[in-house]
Design a protein. Structure first.
Length: 294
């Protein structure tokens, strides 16, 4: 059985031993312990390319890490410096639609916790539902709705390891107010504030894009953008006390009308990522420069 299959079947929750093994492996490779984690969304791995004095570790080498199977996700960890801060950057994430259990998707966040990460900056590619949004906008996530979560696809399902966090963690403060404020200030400094929105991210399971009726429903429910990731990472991070700031790149406008003949596709998502890579990198770098760590 492959490692990936070993993690996707018959497990109903995190194995603390596996988290510790991964963390110990990484500790044996690094000499500087960053306090900031970064997760690159689809087409946004350029953030990791900017890291200086890189130490790159492929996911295949890390015990209990699975592989990134999606184009636009490199599948490696990058340690080094960005914006004057030590960072640990995931170039590639794990998505539920790849067949991974919820806890597998959130697993790297627990490893981050054991390595001493205090803040995680999460990015993703998302479809814009809010009619005021344009392709290329950034949406600072202020809250989320998770359909997989409502359906029981939750990283915290199963045994609760109290050493990480409580059985019933709140999520009303999932997206850190002060970090969001700092991101807005960074957007001004990076001269991208005209593209900056605040909104609600809605996670769906994917991998198919939404029907028009589904998108109309999501709009009615208050979703501003829709994507297929992020929430398992956020829930895992918040459970163990890692502060979260998350930003979507609106890679496509969701089609909410019949008869337009328009349809989203992954190539368009990656293309927008490419076109907006520099702006996103500038925003992230400015944010890191302004961030003061305890
Ligand atoms: O990893 P993210 O959430 O950035 O990727 C989005 C959602 C799907 O994986 C993909 C669809 O094109 O982009
Ligand atoms: N579900 C979903 N995910 C996306 N990721 C990027 N664009 C989209 C979209 O339109 N829908």
């Amino acid at each position: 059985m492959s490692r990936a299959l070993g993690l996707t079947t018959s497990n109903t929750g995190y194995s603390t031993k596996k988290v510790q093994e991964s963390a110990e492996f990484l500790k044996s490779k690094i000499s500087i312990f960053p306090k900031i984690g970064i997760i690159c969304g689809s087409g946004l791995s350029g953030i990791g390319d900017l890291v200086e004095n890189k130490l790159v570790i492929k996911y295949e080498e890390i015990p209990s890490f699975v592989t990134s199977t999606v184009p636009g996700h490199k599948g490696q960890l990058v340690f080094g410096q960005l914006g004057g801060k030590d960072v640990m950057c995931m170039q590639g994430r794990f998505h539920p639609y790849e067949g991974y259990e919820a806890w597998v998707v959130g697993f790297p966040l627990r490893v981050m916790k054991l390595l001493g990460i205090e803040i995680v900056l999460i990015t993703n590619a998302a479809g814009g539902i809010n009619e005021k949004y344009s392709v290329g906008d950034f949406m600072l996530i202020k809250d989320h709705i998770s359909f997989p979560g409502f359906g029981g696809f939750n990283t915290l399902r199963g045994h609760n390891d109290d050493s990480f966090g409580p059985r019933f963690p709140p999520m009303s403060d999932a997206y850190d107010k002060n970090l969001r404020q700092l991101m807005h200030e960074s957007a001004k400094e990076a001269n991208v504030d005209q593209y900056m929105r605040d909104g609600v991210y809605c996670q769906v399971a994917g991998p198919n894009f939404e029907t028009i009726a589904e998108l109309r429903m999501l709009r009615t429910l208050g979703a501003d953008a829709v994507g297929m990731s992020t929430v398992q990472e956020v829930v895992t991070a918040r459970h163990c006390g890692i502060r979260v700031v998350a930003c979507s790149l609106v890679t496509n406008k969701c089609v909410l009308d019949y008869d337009t003949g328009l349809a989203p596709n992954h190539e368009e998502v990656l293309q927008t990522g490419k076109e907006r890579a520099q702006a996103m990198q500038l925003l992230v770098t400015c944010f890191l420069r302004k961030l003061s760590l305890s």
